[in-house]
Design a binder for this molecule. Structure first.
Ligand code: AMP
Length: 189
């Protein structure tokens, strides 16, 4: 049996794809924000596959054994990345949605945005007590989304093994906000 590419090799291919295929959009959705548009990356099959493989590594231990029971993706770009990561790991995918979108009983957590408040919801039976989950999203910015999602998982009786993102915005306090949660970020910008 031949070994597959190492984690370092997978990361290097993913970083190259991110460099080449994520487009900065100035002043979107409002003045002063540089929006990281991942749609060209998603449209590139090799680039998309590379970042999914690199994110999925966060759900395995050093021997390659899968150490999570579920992968959670946050609305909306988190869904696009978390679903193939879950399939790569052979575990279930769970959506975390904005308020009012999930049809059955939910847990809800509200958190402060720069202006106003947002609420995220998780189906109450989506994460079983004792399950370990990996959170997946495209960008870690202030960390509020990840912190709220972790609270949802803990309300369910589960625990977060970590969060895996394509990019973290190094000028914002995302890592400090998420506290002791392990952050896997393919790139800091
Ligand atoms: P935060 O809760 O501040 O960490 O924001 C993270 C969420 O907002 C993620 O779901 C991202 O998709 C989105 N986000 C924040 N900043 C950006 C950005 N500059 N470009 C693209 N998405 C962003």
């Amino acid at each position: 049996m031949t070994d597959g590419p190492s984690v370092q090799e997978v990361d290097a291919v993913a970083r190259e794809a991110l460099d080449r295929l994520v487009v900065d959009v100035n002043d979107f959705p409002e003045p002063g924000i540089v929006f990281k548009d991942i749609t060209p990356l998603l449209a590139d099959p090799a680039g998309f596959a590379a970042v999914v493989a690199a994110l999925a590594a966060a759900g395995r231990d050093a021997d390659g054994t899968v150490v999570v029971d579920k992968v959670l993706g946050m609305e909306a770009r988190g869904f696009i990345l978390a679903a193939p990561v879950a399939m790569a790991l052979g575990v279930g995918f769970v959506p975390v949605r904005k308020a009012g979108r999930l049809p059955r009983a939910t847990y809800a957590v509200s958190y402060a945005l720069e202006y106003g408040e947002a609420t995220l919801e998780l189906h109450a039976d989506a994460v079983a007590p004792g399950e370990r989950v990996l959170l997946v999203d495209d960008v870690l910015a202030t960390g509020g989304t990840v912190r709220a999602t972790r609270e949802l998982v803990e309300k369910s009786g589960g625990s977060c093994s970590g969060v895996a993102v394509l990019m973290e915005l190094g000028f914002l306090p995302g890592r400090a906000t998420v506290g002791d949660l392990t952050v896997t970020s393919l790139m800091t910008v």
